[in-house]
Design a binder for this molecule. Structure first.
Ligand code: ZN
Ligand code: ZN
Length: 285
């Protein structure tokens, strides 16, 4: 088995136990023989500051430490790759790590952690709607802001927003060859649902049609579609599979065995892939 998305202890969101030797030991126990240990990398925050909600800008010393420790570690029995998890920023396909630093690692896991800047729906810092992440919005003013966002998203149109997201992914893949995996994709619509975009108002056939160029591009470039064990519309996954997309399982592990995202849950993602009869992928390095 392979898991191209394992977090490293240098990031505050990962536990101290996520060192190379511990990760290798746990991987071998679980039957994972190839993996990527990723460092979170955000060159900039949408608000231009060091911190925003639960994300933070890369600390250069920690980045260098990650690179040095990766170079120094010689795995005994598994294949280990270096990488970052970074964000898609906008419809033009900018990603949150400069080219120069992309060249220092084997791969980029590309995520949508917050709504990207779309032509039809520009990024708006005041309108971050995920109340779970923003306890300070859990009041009347917060609810007003969320409602304003919902209306803005509705005015932009769910179909246009899906098109914008697909354009962003496609442009990033075309521009940056180190993008080898789209992280925690589920059915591709999860971040839009989080941002209250009414994706279910768009017929599933139309959604699939919008995604098809991205699916074809992923198949052509060997970019894998990463799945965690989480809800996803199987029709979208099956169409991607038909068009030659391959899938990888991950636990998005931030700890070994316990906590909210343990590596030991990897097997659940493998079962998810089997449940829908999807083709497993292997990244070419
Ligand atoms: Zn992520
Ligand atoms: Zn992650």
């Amino acid at each position: 088995m392979r898991d191209y998305h394992i977090h490293y202890y240098i990031d505050p969101c990962a536990w101290d136990e996520m060192t190379f030797p511990n990760i290798e030991k746990k991987c071998l126990e679980l039957g994972i023989t190839e993996g990527t240990v990723v460092k979170h990398y955000s060159a900039a925050m949408p608000n231009g500051k060091d911190y925003w909600i639960c994300w933070h800008r890369i600390v250069p010393a920690q980045w260098q430490q990650y690179l040095d420790e990766f170079a120094a570690y010689k795995p005994e029995k598994m294949i280990l790759h270096s990488g970052v998890e970074t964000e898609l920023c906008n419809e033009a396909g900018d990603i949150n790590i400069p080219l120069e630093d992309q060249q220092k690692i084997d791969m980029v896991q590309l995520s949508v952690h917050y709504m990207i800047d779309l032509n039809c729906l520009p990024m708006d810092l005041m309108l971050y709607p995920n109340l779970d992440f923003c306890p300070e919005y859990k009041n009347d003013e917060g609810r007003r802001i969320v409602e304003e966002w919902r209306q803005k998203a509705a005015a932009a149109g769910a179909e246009n927003i899906i098109c914008g997201l697909v354009n962003g992914y496609m442009n990033a893949i075309k521009r940056f060859p180190k993008v080898k995996s789209l992280a925690h994709m589920a059915d591709g619509l999860k971040p839009l649902r989080t941002y209250l975009v009414d994706v279910d108002s768009v017929p599933i056939k139309r959604i699939i049609e919008i995604f098809e160029p991205l699916m074809r591009l992923m198949a052509e470039k060997g970019v894998v579609w990463e799945l965690l064990n989480e809800p996803a519309n199987p029709e979208i996954l099956k169409r991607a599979n038909e068009l030659g997309v391959t899938f990888t399982a991950s636990a998005d592990g931030h700890m070994l065995d316990s906590g909210w995202g343990p590596l030991s849950k990897h097997i659940d993602a493998e079962r998810f892939i089997d449940k829908y009869g999807l083709t497993r992928g292997r990244i070419e390095f």
